[in-house]
Every structure is written in C-alpha cells, then in structure tokens.
Design a protein around this ligand. Structure first.
Ligand SMILES: Cc1cn([C@H]2C[C@H](O)[C@@H](COP(=O)(O)OP(=O)(O)O[C@H]3O[C@H](C)C(=O)[C@H](O)[C@H]3O)O2)c(=O)[nH]c1=O
Length: 181
C-alpha cells in the first residue's frame, strides 16, 4: 500500500496494492501494521460502517465533539467526492478543506484523523460507502457544518442538480458557529 499526504498533511490518501489475475483481483483493504506505520502511530478501530446512497446525495459535514472519530473511508461501488475539513485550532491547516474522488474503480481510501468534519457527495447512480472509526458513535455530541458554508467555500463537483440532504444536514451550522477542537 502507499500513503500520500494531501494538502492537509495529516489527511492521507491510501492506495492498496491490487493483485490481479485471470480470475479478477485481490487487495488487503486494511492491515493494521501497515496502516499504523503509514500514519506514524498505532491506530485501532472499533466500528465499521456501511451506507448506500443515490446520485446527488450529500452526507455531512459531520463530526462529534465527544469520542472524536478518526475515519478510514472507501467506496466499494460507484464513486463519491469525499471532503475533510480541519477543525483543530492549533493546526496550520485550521479551517482548510480537502477533497478527493474515492471510487470502486480507483480503490483509493482516505484517512481522516480525529478533529475533522467529514462528508461526501455521490457522483455515480449509487454509491456504497464503507468506513472504519476509531471511536464509537456518540449521537449526543454530533455536529454538522452546512455543505455550502460561504467561509469554507467548498468546491463541490457540479452534478447539474441540487444535492440531496436530510433535514439535519440541510440545517447544519455555519463554520463560524460550529464548535472547534
Ligand atoms: C453515524 C451512525 C448512525 N447511526 C444511525 C442513526 C440513524 O438512525 C441512521 C443514519 O444516520 P445518519 O443519517 O447520521 O447517517 P450519515 O448521514 O451517513 O452519517 C455519517 O455521515 C458522514 C459521512 C460521516 O462522516 C459520519 O460518520 C456519519 O455522521 O444510522 C448508527 O446507528 N450508528 C452510527 O455510527
């Protein structure tokens, strides 16, 4: 596997080694030893999540203030534009966002450390999204930053349709009002 820092150095694009043969392909989707070596410290996960969404669905930008979650995210069907926003006040990239296309085809994964808001926009007809988290869901401290916040000015791909959001996300906080770390 390779791990490549993004414009936010703590956020890494992970690319697995894919072994193809005349039957198809195989890759290790997670290896704790290799992943911890790439991140530079031991990282363990306690929860796996799996969601399916139709084209134009935008989930996010989510984070939780307690039991803050690191997330290792990937797509096993379709494609999404995945976003991470740095909420760590002491970070040189505080308030910065980064985006990358994750797809079943490119098999890329994104490591989003604790301290970030995370979300994605579905680019394909449907997308299945898998991710591991370093702490458990804590519904009581969940926060959402609204997808089109003017301060963050995230450059989402233009699908020619308004994103499909649930009411919670549509009513998300502005960057200025959102609690930070
Ligand atoms: C996150 C979560 C949700 N749920 C239940 C709560 C709801 O009844 C249902 C759907 O939850 P929600 O609408 O919050 O799901 P997403 O919008 O996909 O939320 C996720 O979206 C973005 C992309 C993230 O990064 C977060 O991991 C997560 O917040 O699953 C659980 O039972 N466990 C969980 O860990």
């Amino acid at each position: 596997m390779t791990a490549t820092p993004t414009s936010i150095p703590d956020v890494l694009v992970i690319e697995p080694t894919v072994f193809g043969d005349d039957r198809g392909w195989f890759f290790e989707s997670f290896n704790e030893k290799d992943f911890s070596a790439a991140v530079g410290k031991s990282v363990s996960f306690v929860q796996d999540n799996h969601s399916s969404s139709k084209k134009g669905v935008l989930r996010g930008l989510h984070y939780q203030m307690e039991q803050t979650q690191g997330k290792l995210v990937r797509v096993c069907h379709g494609a999404v534009f995945d976003i991470a926003v740095d909420l760590r006040r002491s970070s040189l990239t505080f308030g910065k966002w980064m985006g990358v296309e994750l797809s079943a085809e490119n098999k890329k994964q994104l490591w989003v450390p604790p301290g970030f808001a995370h979300g994605f926009l579905v680019l394909s007809e449907t997308a299945e999204f898998l991710y591991k988290t370093t702490d458990y869901w804590h519904a009581g401290s969940e926060k959402c930053i609204v997808w089109n916040d003017e301060t963050l000015n995230i450059q989402w791909p233009n699908l020619g349709m308004r994103p499909v959001l649930n009411p919670k996300d549509a009513a998300g906080l502005t960057w200025n009002d959102a609690p930070k770390f």
